[in-house]
Design a protein around this ligand. Structure first.
Ligand code: FAD
Length: 396
């Protein structure tokens, strides 16, 4: 039965990804083996209009909302989790300057600026296929609005920006790196689009990680880079307001991992039924038990995620926010747990590369570390939730 959040409009967008999925699945092992960015997949996403998934129809996009994106991301993650994770970074910016900004309090002058700048950003994506990344992490502090050492100094016509971002997914593929930074003496976060080809932009380091190897998440170094004022996508203060009032933004990564879980189920189910091989294994009670455990993990993660998606919006109650943290922990922990069970029931041959399950086992392990809502951060917050006065609740 269709879930209430799976409206025909949203599912029409999901269908676009479902049609591409089998092609993505065929390429996944290659990107994984060589730790290379999935350029071909991105070309397909672009051709299907999916770069503009959360851009209004009036501006040439597909008009998807936060929930529509979540469902689409899960479908993508089912076929290629690494592509889904990179896609998340691109789409997140369009959500931030779109649906989320629309829900915030913005004075008329700032609203005019926002309108002007997001038109430019959206045109770049729709007309020129520009790819955006979102390297926020600096490895200094876990909060969404904390630990930002990257500095923007006002200059003629814009800013000069210096700093260093770690794990900058799409580092070699993005046309624009959307970063958070601060101006000396001002606590508000600035959200700036750094052109990848600007003087002073450098990608450094090797990229040979455990999983999510196609994300190309090397370090992004900015050395006195000029960023034009027009690339300040959000008027100052709006990023902070968004982090406070639309915190669901920080759970977008988990949708890719929910999709990855679905992919693991697909593959383990096919193995048990004997599809593509001479022997079926479904009659073994011990394997049926493992299969049951996997389905339980998936159903719990999906149910909680869909529950949260059903209520996601501006100004959530504390209870709703708590459920969002619970959803993060549930999905990010369940994915590696499920991958481990899948390897157990599908046996040694599932570990021989290239193997969807072997790759999924490594990809799934990465989810828990994703800040600012890593599993540890969410557990820490959940551990305090309801025990202290609400004024003591942690920041975003
Ligand atoms: C494949 C991949 C792709 C990524 N892509 C991006 C990207 O595109 N953009 C981006 O901004 N970041 C990205 N990240 C970075 C990610 O979000 C984290 O910022 C990064 O993993 C943190 O590095 P660390 O674990 O070494 O940091 P550490 O700060 O050493 O944290 C280690 C762990 O300790 C926990 N922790 C840290 N501080 C606290 C605290 N105060 N309270 C409770 N627990 C805490 C967290 O669980 C964290 O996972 C990516 C990471 C990976 C693995």
């Amino acid at each position: 039965m269709t879930h209430a959040i799976e409206t025909p409009e949203r599912m029409a967008i999901v269908e676009r990804v479902a049609a591409l999925g089998p092609h993505f699945a065929k390429r996944a092992a290659d990107y994984d083996r060589h730790a290379t960015f999935p350029h071909e997949n991105w070309a397909d996403l672009k051709a299907a209009g999916l770069l503009g998934i959360c851009i209004p129809v009036a501006d040439g996009g597909l008009g998807g909302d936060f929930v529509g994106y979540a469902l689409t991301s899960a479908e993508l993650g089912r076929w290629c989790a690494t592509t889904a994770l990179t896609y998340n970074m691109h789409v997140a910016t369009t959500l931030l300057i779109g649906q989320l900004a629309d829900d915030l309090d913005v004075d008329p002058e700032d609203r005019r600026l926002l309108e002007q700048r997001r038109t430019v950003l959206r045109r770049g994506i729709i007309d020129r296929g520009m790819i955006h990344s979102q390297p926020f992490s600096e490895g200094v502090a876990a909060g969404a609005t904390e630990g930002i050492l990257t500095k923007a100094t006002p200059a003629e016509g814009g800013y000069r920006v210096t700093g260093r971002k770690i794990f900058a997914s799409l580092s070699g593929a993005a046309d624009i790196h959307n970063i958070v930074c601060v101006v000396e003496g001002d606590r508000r976060i600035r959200f700036l689009g750094v052109p990848a080809d600007a003087a002073g932009v450098r990608i450094e380091g090797d990229w040979d990680p455990l999983g999510m190897r196609g994300t190309d998440s090397r370090n992004l170094v900015l050395d006195d880079v000029f960023v034009p004022a027009g690339n300040e996508w959000l008027p100052p203060g709006l990023f902070d307001q968004s982090a406070r009032r639309w915190p669901y933004f920080y759970m977008t990564l988990s949708f890719s991992y929910l999709g990855l879980m679905r992919g693991i189920l697909d593959h383990a189910g096919a193995y048990l039924r004997g599809e593509g091989g001479p022997i079926e294994r479904r009659d073994h009670p011990i394997k049926q038990q493992g299969w049951a455990e996997m389905n339980l993990l998936y159903d719990r993660a999906r149910a909680l995620c869909y529950d949260v998606l059903g209520e996601a919006g501006v100004d959530p109650s504390f209870e709703a926010l708590r459920r969002a943290w619970s959803s993060m922990v549930t999905t990010m922990n369940a994915a590696p747990e499920m991958a481990a069970i899948a390897i157990r029931i599908c046996g040694g041959r599932s570990m021989l590369r290239p193997s969807y399950l072997e790759q999924a086992y490594r990809d799934a392990r990465c989810g828990a570390t994703m800040l600012p809502w890593s599993v540890e951060v969410c557990l820490e917050r959940l551990g305090r939730a309801g025990l202290y006065p609400s004024t003591d609740e942690p920041p975003a």
